[in-house]
Design a protein around this ligand. Structure first.
Ligand code: SAM
Ligand code: SF4
Length: 423
């Protein structure tokens, strides 16, 4: 049985694509390996959202050159690094056998079929291995129409395309029948789901249908765009018992001029009101956000406004990134990358330190409480899982709890995770 190895970086969308590629390779008789050295098929799933991610992909590709020479595995590159300029990639990385864009799975299956390694016509799709993970990503909308000035995603993943609701329901029903307990619906802009479909269903419609699926215990979705977050969706979250109290709602900046230059489509006041409404309807919701520091022209005062807004709104999680100019984006053409790297780092570290204090305080409130977690796996001799609010929890026990919903009494908290014992 040939081994395959998949290396993935980047967003959950890439992780979902890799899950699908992996299950397809298993269907055609391959076996997963954590080591590239023993694999006959190697797939690299790339990210180019920031220069640092792109550099990691390039280093990985370079590092595989000698393995390709010695053992000649099939080497395929997918993800956002693969755009329409494949010829340029071929010149740069001649040791790669196949380049296929995000979601262009048919190219992989066609290539493997041409080598006699796969049957004709079988495509990576639904994850249906005999023992699927209890929690699975389900992409529901591809691409993005927003063209935020800094972001390369719309150029690499194309315009928004929603999957038909029937197709998603069928897939999740089959997943639940195989033992999957939790699905995370994915989209770069998940709350704009459905606007391009014939009856224009929205995410609230999809959630209420999914909520009825027997065996499924939890539903999450990410990432939501503040300008598309509707009252209807917030109400649906409150009324549908399987939909978890967790929202990922990227803020990006706390200054109106920077938000305008980023083309985000909302103001600080709009964002603040939105958070207020969400917390009013869902008092126990956990919120996560993304922030970019050092956007072109960001002054100390403008950065301070972002910092102050984060202290005011108190998110459970903040992902902070230093602005990285991406060739072809509006910002890279219009604005000079004028905040020095050192200063970007200082601002990023300030946000990280602030968030560490806030997350410490938020999580400490859970000390002594009993929380319900879905057990997703084992790490360093402990079971790990997440609460409905997406807090990572560890507990020790000898029995097999994989895929179970268990109650854990929290005995220790940190900004990043909770520890406890079975209640
Ligand atoms: N669609 C989501 C949104 O509206 O924010 C996020 C998708 S984006 C691929 C993931 C995160 O990467 C963004 O939230 C942003 O913080 C970060 N990001 C994207 N482009 C970036 C850039 N040029 N420099 C730094 N960070 C960037
Ligand atoms: Fe990028 Fe903006 Fe689309 Fe998010 S909403 S993927 S940041 S263009």
């Amino acid at each position: 049985m040939p081994y395959y190895h998949i290396w993935t970086i980047g967003c959950q969308m890439n992780k979902a694509d890799s899950e699908r590629i992996g299950s397809y390779l298993e269907q055609i008789g391959c076996q997963s390996s954590p080591e590239a050295e023993e694999a006959e098929i190697i797939v690299l799933n790339s990210c180019v959202v920031r220069q640092s991610a792109e550099n990691r992909v390039i280093n990985k590709l370079d590092a595989l050159k000698s393995l390709k020479r010695r053992q000649n595995p099939i080497l395929a590159l997918t993800g956002c690094m693969v755009d329409s300029r494949v010829d340029e990639l071929k010149r740069r990385f001649p040791h790669v056998d196949l380049f296929f864009g995000p979601q262009a799975f048919f190219e992989l299956s066609r290539f493997l079929a041409s080598r006699g390694l796969a049957p004709e016509g079988l495509e990576p799709g639904l994850v249906l291995s005999s023992s699927p993970s209890p929690s699975i990503f389900v992409p529901i909308i591809q691409g993005c129409d927003n063209f935020c000035s800094y972001c390369i995603v719309p150029y690499r993943r194309g315009r928004e395309r929603s999957r038909p609701m029937e197709e998603i329901l069928c897939e999740v029903e089959r997943l639940a029948a195989c033992g999957v307990k939790e699905v995370t619906l994915l989209g770069q802009n998940v709350d704009s789901y459905g606007h391009d479909l014939p009856q224009e269903p929205d995410l609230a419609d999809l959630l209420s249908q999914l909520n009825q699926i027997a065996g499924l215990a939890r539903i999450r979705f990410l990432t939501s765009h503040p300008k598309d977050m509707s009252e209807r969706l917030i109400e649906a979250m409150a009324h549908l018992e399987k939909v978890c109290e967790h929202l990922s709602l990227p803020l990006q900046a706390g200054d109106d001029d920077i938000l305008r230059a980023m083309r985000r489509g909302y103001t600080v006041e709009h964002y603040r009101e939105l958070i207020g409404n969400i917390r009013c309807v869902l008092p126990h919701v956990a919120l996560s956000t993304d922030v970019i520091v050092g956007f072109p022209g960001e002054s100390e005062e403008q950065f301070q406004r972002t910092y102050d807004l984060l202290s005011e709104l108190r998110f459970d999680t903040v992902h902070v990134a230093a602005y990285s100019p991406r060739p072809g984006t509006i910002a890279s053409r219009k604005f000079e990358d004028d905040v020095p790297a050192e200063e970007k780092r200082r601002r990023r570290e300030m946000v990280e330190s602030l968030q560490e204090v806030i997350a410490t305080e938020i999580n400490r409130k859970l000390l002594g409480q009993t929380v319900e977690i879905l057990v997703e796996g084992r790490k360093k001799g402990k079971w790990q899982g997440r609460t409905r609010t997406n807090k990572l929890v560890f507990f020790g026990d000898e029995a097999d709890h994989l895929g179970e919903l268990v109650k854990v009494k929290v005995g220790k908290t940190s900004p990043w995770a909770l520890q406890g014992r079975l209640a």
